[in-house]
Design a protein around this ligand. Structure first.
Ligand code: DGT
Ligand code: CA
Ligand code: CA
Ligand code: ZN
Length: 585
């Protein structure tokens, strides 16, 4: 990767490192200025790097900076940058990253207090000696302590299923502001990434100040980080979760361009801008303009955009098929599309095939589960409680399973409008054998085989284990194949290509577990499953009724993997789905 943003980040870091190591102000400023110029440049600089004169012609980039950009394009690094990094303790970069701490202060902390990392900084805050450093008032110290604690508590990114409801809550509130126009969330949350760094909210409306006020005064706001004319930024605490949110208020005429820009991904934006440039146009967050970017951006010169109001209009004017937000990532192949691929949607889902009741660790009785599934309009619900090895989850002994099957069949017999299937989520033991014998599995309508324990196996061992489960003639679905929990445990790393091939051979559907802690298969695995021709099951693994709502996260993951509705067995008609299941009995 060598986008302008990356090069700019290096120059910015060089400016900071120069300042830390006592370089003269002139050199520091030259690097900071170059960083801003690189960032603002519409054209990818690595493409220009053969031509030093062209680089120097860009305002803000001098002869020395031009040489460094060329060096970076050629070698992938800048020697001076590496040398500067060697002069500074690596922990000092973390200190620099603390909001509110600039290079000047960090230099003082380093020189006068021997601070070489966050722990040192925490220590001098605790013992109070930080106050000896010039310009360190009580308020500044409190802000620094606060920023450190925030970084530690938030540990970076929030899972999709925690972030999206917060984004929606914010949007709801802004829509209620008088004169509000379109309000939407963009960024990684709109792209359906499994974790979200911060929320990016976009709004238009008659009263911009009122939108900013409503945003900054939400009860969850812990701190207003910035409050400007076009952008506000806040840190909020929702329950025990911390997240930063940015609001940008844009004119309704530019809504599509801004939505596209702030949806990203950054890499996608870079590629689209390159495309615009090739056609002699400029694309930025205000619109698509009919000319190359000069020093002053077109929107500041009253140039009328070719398209700006909707994303659709911009894609069309660029001659690109509409790219669904979930596919706006590197490596999804959108550059080659003739038309937008058909992707699965929440409304296509007609069955849930992985659900727990009070028989194991679920909170609903069979009847309550069936009622909840009916409410969602499903034609089929499978009851798949845990098997005997999952003792903590109340796994069923063979005897209890037999009684449970009877109970499920009774409920099915007296229920109209939905088929209730008797199934099991059977543990895949460490060696790949299943937790019930084949003669027991045979009695079940649906078998979801999942790994729950021994999740630290080596990849080769894990692959063999899962392959063995897929090859079992009574298995229909491979449940949460890796067992990962996002941000908590990596679990298994099987050879996904081999799993996909085996799944195709044995007609086993690979699950996308929709719970936002899992999203397993993950997006790249799903893509592999699609190119290998496997079937997918998208299930909620429900333990409580509200977990049916997690389907949107499973669907987002499926869309990121390019799943068309017909490739997901939960979209099939009852007849087709039941035939698939029965073929293994
Ligand atoms: P996140 O917040 O880390 O989960 O990921 P994003 O994708 O939401 O990233 P964020 O919040 O930094 O920025 C939101 C979008 O704004 C990003 O996807 C693309 C756009 N954007 C932000 N900064 C830049 C930039 O420097 N260059 C370009 N081309 N686009 C940017
Ligand atoms: Ca973001
Ligand atoms: Ca952001
Ligand atoms: Zn499970």
């Amino acid at each position: 990767m060598s986008s302008n943003a990356d090069i700019a980040a290096i120059f910015e870091q060089m400016a900071a490192l120069l300042e830390l190591t006592g370089a003269d102000k002139f050199r520091v400023n030259a690097h900071a200025r170059a960083a801003r110029a690189i960032e603002a440049c519409a054209e990818p600089l690595v493409d220009l790097a053969d031509d030093l004169k062209a680089l120097e012609a860009i305002e803000g980039i001098g002869a020395k900076s031009a040489k460094k950009i060329a060096e970076y394009a050629e070698t992938g690094e800048i020697k001076e940058h590496r040398e500067l990094l060697a002069k500074v303790p690596s922990g000092l970069l973390d200190v620099l990253a603390v909001p509110g701490l600039g290079p000047k202060t960090v230099k003082l902390l380093w020189e006068e207090k021997g601070v070489e990392g966050i722990d040192d900084l925490k220590r001098i805050i605790e013992d109070g000696s930080i106050a000896d450093v010039p310009r360190m008032g009580a308020k500044t110290i409190a802000n620094i302590a606060d920023a450190i604690s925030f970084a530690e508590r938030s540990a970076g990114r929030l899972q999709l299923g925690l972030a999206v409801p917060i984004a929606e809550m914010i949007c709801e509130r802004l829509r209620a502001v008088k004169g509000a126009g379109s309000v939407e969330y963009a960024g990684s949350a709109r792209r359906g990434r499994e974790t979200v760094g911060d929320l990016d909210i976009l709004a238009s409306g008659k009263d911009e100040a009122a939108l900013h006020d409503a945003f900054s005064s939400m009860p969850e706001v812990e701190k207003v980080l910035a409050s400007g004319e076009s952008k506000s930024s806040v840190r909020m605490q929702v329950g025990k979760h911390l997240i930063q949110a940015d609001l940008r208020v844009v004119g309704a005429a530019h809504h599509g361009a801004a939505l596209m820009y702030f949806t990203g991904s950054k890499e996608f934006n870079v590629r689209l801008r390159e495309r615009a440039l090739k056609k002699g146009m400029t694309l930025n967050e205000y619109g698509l303009y009919p000319e190359d970017q000069e020093k002053t951006p077109p929107q500041h010169r009253g140039v009328k955009p070719i398209a700006s109001k909707t994303e659709e209009a911009i894609f069309e004017a660029l001659g690109v098929a509409f790219v669904p937000p979930e596919l706006r990532e590197e490596g999804t192949g959108w550059e080659r599309w003739k038309q937008t691929p058909e992707l699965i949607e929440v409304k296509d889902i007609r069955a849930e095939l992985h659900a727990h009741t009070t028989a194991s660790d679920g909170a609903m009785s069979i009847e309550e589960l069936v009622e909840a599934a009916k409410e969602r309009g499903f034609h089929t619900i499978a009851v798949t409680d845990h098997s005997r090895s999952s003792a903590i989850a109340g796994g069923l002994s063979v005897e209890r399973l037999m009684e449970h099957i009877e109970a499920v069949r009774e409920v099915d017999a007296k229920t109209k409008g939905i088929t209730v299937l008797a199934g099991s989520e059977v543990d895949i033991l460490a060696d790949g054998t299943l937790d019930y014998e084949d003669k027991v599995l045979k009695k079940l309508d649906v078998v979801v085989a999942s790994p729950h324990a021994s999740l630290r196996q080596e990849p080769v061992v894990a692959t063999e284990r899962l392959l063995k489960a897929i090859a079992n003639p009574f298995v229909h679905i491979l449940g949460h194949p890796t067992g990962r929990l996002i941000g908590e445990r990596e679990a298994l790393s099987p050879d996904i290509g081999r799993l996909v091939a085996a799944a195709v051979e044995h007609r086993v559907a690979l699950e996308i577990n929709s719970h936002w802690r899992r999203l397993d298969l993950r997006d790249v695995h799903v893509r592999a499953a699609m190119s290998g021709g496997a079937l997918i099951a998208i299930d909620c693994d429900v333990h409580r009724a509200e977990q049916f709502g997690n389907i949107r996260y499973g669907i987002a993951t499926a869309r990121r993997g390019g799943v068309a509705p017909e490739r997901c067995i939960n979209t099939w008609t009852a007849k087709k789905l039941h035939a698939l299941l029965k073929a293994k009995r």
